[in-house]
Design a protein around this ligand. Sequence first.
Ligand code: ATP
Ligand code: MG
Length: 577
Amino acid sequence: MRVTKFPLYTLKESPADAELVSHQLMLRAGMIRRLASGLYTWLPTGLRVLRKVENIVREEMNRSGAVEVLMPSIQPSELWEESGRWDQFGPELLRIQDRHTRDYCYGPTHEEVITDIARRELRSYRQLPVNFYQIQTKFRDEIRPRFGVMRAREFSMKDAYSFHMTNECLQSTYEVMYATYSCIFSRLGLRFKAVEADTGSIGGNVSHEFHVLAESGEDAIAFSTESDYAANVELAPTAPLQVGHSTSLQPLEKVATPDQHSIEDVCAFLDVPPDQVAKTLVVRSSSGSLIALILRGDHDLNAAKAQKLDDVADPLTFANEQEIQAMLGCKTGSLGPFDLNCPLIIDHAAYALENFICGANEDGFHFIGANWARDLARFNQYESRDLRKIVSGDASPDGKGLIQVKRGIEVGHIFQLGDKYSTALGASVLNKDGEEQIVKMGCYGIGVSRVVAAAIEQNFDRQGIIWPQSIAPFDISIIPISAKKSRQVIETSEWLYRELENSGLEVLYDDRELRAGLLFADHELIGIPHRIVVSERGLSQNSIEYKHRRDPQALQIPAESILQFIRDRMRESVQKA
Ligand code: ATP
Ligand code: MG
């Protein structure tokens, strides 16, 4: 491709509203442009990368035995009413009406549509297992679209759905998908990790997420230092701690803490660390009354765990100031577990506290020297549960080693759904005995457009993007220097362009009449892995310059061996990837 025919649309400066490196670089490298919140146009350079990701995903899905389909992005509300998700899904679901005022949604995911296909087309156990996939545009009205295509509202997803007679068969396809995902992310040149995950609103029981490891990731992943254990912190359980039996119980004492409301304030005022303090959060119960959740001051509530408890409303809803005042008779800043007029759920770590500090349910006062066992009579009905997010230094849930928390970007997610959708929509087939049997399902997603941003988060430097070979928009750049002044430079560049294209490489030939510095800057920004520079000075010494995007120094290669040299280099970088 000649740059005069393939507009690059690069920008010198980072747009002010782009916080994340990948977002800045995708804008600067002319890959995407914003249309409105969470909506992006893919420009020519960006689209080449997106298509390469799609192709790798498609090749590996086909290789795994899955078959491609393409479902509509607009879906009728009736299907979602059958599954129960029309009311459940909340504002992420973009609801629309047609001219006949019929309700539709723009699909955030396609379990309903594919299950409808399954119940119509699948008749007999002989047709199973089958795994359908598509690469298609989704819309989710995200509460905070941000970071460009990383968390967009409209985005591209590969979603697959498998159908089975038995859980064993589902498990075996799940394992094939797990292996296929590992292969896909390896081919994409990403450093990734599969972790145990929560099933969220999609449902089901077994699930893994695939994360690209990057500081900027929105998710926190818990790893064991000594085993393969890895899980999203939303899921990673924390075990009950040894409850001590201190022989030196301090007396319970109410102390004045005027104007000290937050944990930090109270800790500073009383000169104690936050792990000596119990904090009290009040949430709605599933029956609409209130429940107090008690955590250690240095720990964070894990909403996913809390809302799974029977007594706690799902989704987790915090009580507001008025409710707390009306039902419990105290203010939020002084809340504590003593004499509180509602049930308590105490996190395991908070339950192991002794001689601790907590709010006194009286404005401007706290208790010191509190102890669960001794002061039992003053606590309402209570139980100890796992409520918090696991943190670095906690014991690994598999009993091996300690936990280390790292950041990740979720690029894929696989689920064993079981019969949630097939039961709701009545997808059954005849089994060997001629009886109708509800089928089992799995579903498997990859954030195709998010992968592009995630790849940049792992591969950049001050000059710009450094694409893994497999998804680079072009394999190699040819940059002629002062071509206008030298016939030989033009002829050599044109010859190289022809030869390299003929050998199957994707070449970006920069035939613009710009200063060398500007040309170099554009190609480095866009991140093309290999670069050739043809100059009069080089040619006068019979050499052509070569540089890999990751190399610190350029090499001078004798003109007659440049083609062979590049072929060797390409082979090496493909092998490395
Ligand atoms: P997240 O937790 O990041 O919101 P999710 O759990 O809602 O994602 P899934 O329903 O598992 O996502 O969708 C499959 C994949 O689609 C995700 O693993 C992710 O890579 C991608 N994805 C989800 N939401 C977005 C989005 N708003 N923008 C871009 N990609 C997305
Ligand atoms: Mg997910």
